[in-house]
Design a protein around this ligand. Structure first.
Ligand code: BGC
Length: 357
């Protein structure tokens, strides 16, 4: 690398020209957004249409084609259900799909006590309520596949089936039924911000890999529940728009650990607002999450916020929080091992940025 700075700068300039007519210190992100708006790029099997920052509620207006995302889930078939000692009924790959007969399939019905205590983020167990002939309004069956009061029961994957009064996981069997530790029957909606920058060396020069591809970095947080590294995402509250969730979760999960003076914090706030005003959706749909069950599952909208010129969020110095839960800039690479399907979202991000993977 010692003898390559000139070559490296040439590569960077070539890369920037690909997106813009010429790099200038303060115009990077804007140019990228403007140039990409309305173009079609191919990510894996799906066509992704880049557009300016807005998250449509209507699944048919989604940036990803959910039907092309229906791949086998694996983490959702992990042997022991998270935060419990409950064993899943083993489901071989070829029996995941509901259309394949599996007469001996006898999954355990499990809903954790914390969910049964009916915190505000959880549904009531309307099955038990009905058996008890409790006819009060609050015990009525949820309105599936639609907005049910403030609760969004629509799936990004299209219409889900409701069998024996409960929603059916659109990807297939998981070896456990009920809600496990998820609050909602059917889709449980989350949002994941993917905040990226270009990796730079001590001299501030952008670093490339052995194939001369620029290396991107993203902000990762360590989850409290299992210690795994993940995107700083979180659940979409009832009635909340996804853009709000992204901004809120990023603040709560990643920025609380920032070492900064009050004045610096104000600048940071401004950088975040600027960055979050133009994100690009990289994924919307089902998440292969270990908490999924046959009747309750995670879905997310993942959006990339890229600090192209490194003048905003990219300058944040992150450090582990007091409670030993970490926050850090991590290189995008195929070696990453992260929570749920977060690696898939990052691979799409690397493709979108044309970065090393
Ligand atoms: C996490 C998100 C994740 C989602 C699905 C949520 O609890 O906060 O980052 O994408 O679960 O796994």
């Amino acid at each position: 690398m010692q003898n390559r700075p000139v070559f490296m700068i040439f590569q960077i300039t070539r890369f920037l020209r690909f997106f813009a007519t010429g790099p200038s210190p303060n115009s990077g992100p804007e140019r990228v957004t403007r140039t990409l708006t309305g173009t079609n790029l191919t990510f894996g099997h799906s066509r992704v249409r880049h557009r300016s920052y807005s998250v449509p509620d209507n699944p048919t207006d989604s940036a990803t084609d959910p039907s092309s995302e229906m791949k086998l889930h694996n983490k959702a078939r992990c042997q022991v259900y998270p935060r419990s000692d409950k064993q899943r009924y083993p489901v071989p790959d070829e029996k995941v799909q509901w259309s394949v007969p599996f007469p001996e399939y006898a999954p355990l019905d499990f809903t954790s006590n914390s969910v049964l205590q009916m915190p505000p983020w959880a549904d009531i167990d309307f099955r038990t309520a009905q058996t008890n002939e409790d006819t009060s309004d609050s015990c009525q069956e949820p309105k599936w596949n639609q907005l049910d009061g403030k609760t969004n029961r629509r799936s990004h994957m299209g219409r889900y089936e409701v069998v024996d009064k409960v929603p059916r996981n659109p990807v297939g069997r998981t070896g456990i039924c009920g809600r496990g530790c998820l609050g909602r029957w059917g889709p449980n909606h989350a949002a994941d911000p993917i905040v990226t920058r270009w990796k730079r060396n001590d001299k501030g020069q952008i670093v490339v890999d052995e194939n001369h591809k620029l290396i991107a970095q993203f902000i990762a947080v360590q989850r409290r529940d299992n210690g795994q590294w993940a995107l700083p995402g979180g659940m979409v509250d009832a009635g909340e728009v996804v853009t709000m969730t992204l901004r809120r979760e990023f603040g709560e999960e990643a920025l609380n650990s920032l070492e900064a003076t009050e004045q610096e914090k104000k600048q940071i706030e401004a950088s975040i607002n600027e960055l979050f005003s133009r994100g690009q959706e990289v994924y919307r749909g089902y998440v292969d999450d270990p908490r999924n069950t046959d009747n309750a599952w995670m879905e997310t909208v993942a959006m990339n916020f890229h600090d192209q010129d490194g003048q905003g969020v990219a300058r944040f110095k992150l450090h582990a929080g007091d409670d030993a839960v970490g926050v850090q800039w991590m290189d995008l690479s195929h070696h990453l091992e992260l929570y749920a399907s977060h690696v898939d979202f990052l691979q799409r991000t690397a493709e979108r940025l044309g970065a090393s993977w």
